[in-house]
Design a protein around this ligand. Structure first.
Ligand SMILES: [Ca+2]
Length: 431
């Protein structure tokens, strides 16, 4: 009897733990920062991350319930067998009860029968209890499924009610600006060969230039140590007021650049920990397809005051330093996809995703170091975790405070003159 009582106790504990877990899903309605969704719209991987974080727990709970139910079924079967046996015994005892000479024996047998009958009643009661527990478990599982379904529905349209998305759309932000948009914010774009529209942050300035923003680092609030799929799909948060960190996603960057019919300029903007701002422009910027591991190519360094770090840097260790730290033509690497020119895996060493060579002189997805300074002591799981690098500016291992990667058609970059571009850049960060 004892083991059969232990099992329901275990189930009750399990149910308690499930009911305790359930309200976590309900918090998503408010999308609060502490519950995985951040302040604004998560990118695809933000939602996936959140759901995936629940998956192991839910799977384990379901497996545990399954096991408990099997145990109960076994116990029920064995109880039924016992009852059946008891009934048979009682019947045969009654049948075999002879007349007077065997009165005493018969009486004993009858007592046995009564005892068996009371046992049967007790067993039946227990079976009923077990059946109630099963029914309750089934109800809980149904509730859990409903909750999971609601969670999925919420995640499919995250936070739209709290985020202002501009109505104009276009192939990119310049297209949207050309249609008359004057306000920076979140817009849907659909490049020529994109299967569906997707959300981007458009930085639209007073010259009518519409930059499509690919990457933002601001405060280290988003972990850039992500895998291939996350870098492909994008991660972090897009915000209408440009306050959050994100990687737009390699597939989207590919669609925005590779299918463009005009030359595209990549503008990189950097802010150091003293508040100084610099930039670098690359013309004919293009990211290849996933089949080509999102290879980075550009035509030439188009200017800027931050220096041409994409061209590599002579660190003074080896004559081939510059060659092996250049980035033009490099494929994208992540912790789980090594496409670099190094024996090891640069992305794994740095815990990031980037167009690694062997390894880099520019690395804007590196680890975020508050204050910008770091040393060999800042070793990660696999080695020396490099910071956010644009080595041609500070000429040493210095990690940036803020970075932006954004694109615009070449024909518009100089609208209002290159000086205007610099002036515009001076305002970045206060928007
Ligand atoms: Ca390698």
């Amino acid at each position: 009897m004892a083991p059969s009582l232990l099992a329901p106790a275990g189930i009750i504990l399990l149910l308690l733990s499930l009911s305790a877990a359930q309200p976590r899903g309900d918090n998503i309605a408010t999308c609060n920062m502490n519950d995985g969704f951040g302040k604004y719209c998560p990118t695809t991987c933000g939602v996936a991350d959140y759901l995936l974080s629940y998956l192991p727990g839910v799977n384990e709970d379901l497996n545990t319930m399954q096991r408990e139910l099997e145990t109960i079924t076994n116990l029920t079967n064995s109880a039924e067998e016992t009852i059946s046996y008891m009934k048979d015994s009682a019947t045969s005892a009654q049948k075999s009860a002879p007349a007077d000479p065997y009165y005493k024996k018969s009486s004993n047998m009858l007592n046995d029968v009564f005892r068996f009958q009371s046992t049967i009643v007790a067993q039946e009661k227990q079976i009923q209890e077990l059946q109630e527990i099963i029914a309750s478990n089934e109800r809980r599982m149904a509730d859990l499924k409903t909750a999971a379904f609601q969670l999925q529905q919420r995640c499919s349209a995250p936070c739209r009610d709290t985020v202002e998305i501009q109505p104009l759309t276009g192939s990119d932000c310049q297209d949207i600006a050309n249609k008359g948009a004057t306000k920076s914010g979140l817009y849907y774009v659909k490049p020529a060969k994109a299967p569906e529209k997707f959300l981007v942050y458009c930085e639209i300035d007073s010259f009518g230039r519409g930059f499509t923003v690919l990457q933002r680092r601001r405060d280290g609030s988003v972990d850039f140590s992500k895998d291939w799929i996350q870098y492909r799909e994008g991660f972090g948060y897009l915000s209408p007021d440009d306050t959050t960190e994100f990687w737009l996603g390699n597939e989207k960057i590919h669609l925005l650049t590779a299918t463009a019919t005009v030359p595209i300029v990549l503008r990189i903007e950097l802010v150091d920990w003293e508040g100084n701002k610099k930039y670098a422009d690359y013309n004919m910027f293009r990211i290849g397809s996933e089949a080509d591991k999102y290879r980075l190519t550009y035509g030439y360094y188009f200017g800027g005051d931050a220096g041409d770090a994409f061209d590599g840097f002579d660190f003074g260790d080896d004559p081939s330093d510059k060659f092996y730290t250049s980035h033009n033509g490099m494929q994208f690497s992540t912790v789980d996809s090594d496409n670099d020119r190094y024996d090891g895996n640069c992305a794994q060493q740095d815990g990031s995703g980037w167009w690694m060579n062997r390894c880099h002189a520019a690395h804007l997805n590196g680890k975020y170091y508050q204050g910008g300074r770091y040393t060999e002591k800042d070793a990660g799981e696999f080695g020396f975790d490099n910071g956010i690098i644009w080595v041609t500016w500070h000429n040493r291992w210095y990690s940036m405070k803020e970075t932006t990667m954004k694109i615009i058609p070449l024909s518009r970059i100089a609208a209002g003159g290159q000086q205007a571009g610099v002036k515009q850049f001076g305002g970045f960060g206060d928007m």
